[in-house]
Design a protein around this ligand. Sequence first.
Ligand SMILES: Cc1cc2nc3c(=O)[nH]c(=O)nc-3n(C[C@H](O)[C@H](O)[C@H](O)COP(=O)(O)O)c2cc1C
Length: 174
Amino acid sequence: MNALFKRRSIRKYIDKEVSDADLELLLKAAMCAPSAGNEQPWEFIVVRDREIMKRVSEFHPYSKMLHQASAAIVVCGNRSRQVYDRDYWQLDCSAATQNILIQATDMKIGSVWLAVYPEPDRIKGAKKLFGLPEEVIPLAIVSLGYPQEEKKMADRFKQERIHYNIWGGKKGME
Ligand SMILES: Cc1cc2nc3c(=O)[nH]c(=O)nc-3n(C[C@H](O)[C@H](O)[C@H](O)COP(=O)(O)O)c2cc1C
């Protein structure tokens, strides 16, 4: 079974460092993501500093796992790197974030996506904490560490969410 199906949010970690080489591989996975017009508007901040990770809790109510995490990656969109004059950066950066989660699972590293965008207070807090320039917007923080919890694969497949040819179309009608 591939990593995509095994991925779960892991919020408890053992005291073992995720190496710099492993972080680099996660970032390579992130930058493999598809993006609109291949614009690749992402920027990443690798955070190791425990004090900075703890300070995320000042503006993010669901980020306590960062007190234990080995590292975090802040995924940001740089509006000035956009090809089109529409915002695709959220979509591009979401694809990059998901790539990090799947690659981490493959490497037996626990991870969880912490939403920053579109919460105004979290965006403001993250911009200040990480010193982001005006045109750079934080999308997510990925918390990383070796798991201290095991989670079963989640089966979320729902046949009724699939429509064939038109809304409500049943299989076999095509
Ligand atoms: C856009 C997005 C934002 C999320 N934000 C948070 C968050 O702020 N804190 C957190 O602990 N989990 C967060 N999660 C993780 C979800 O709670 C989790 O993916 C969901 O409950 C399904 O569980 P699973 O990831 O184990 O399959 C977020 C996930 C997504 C996709």
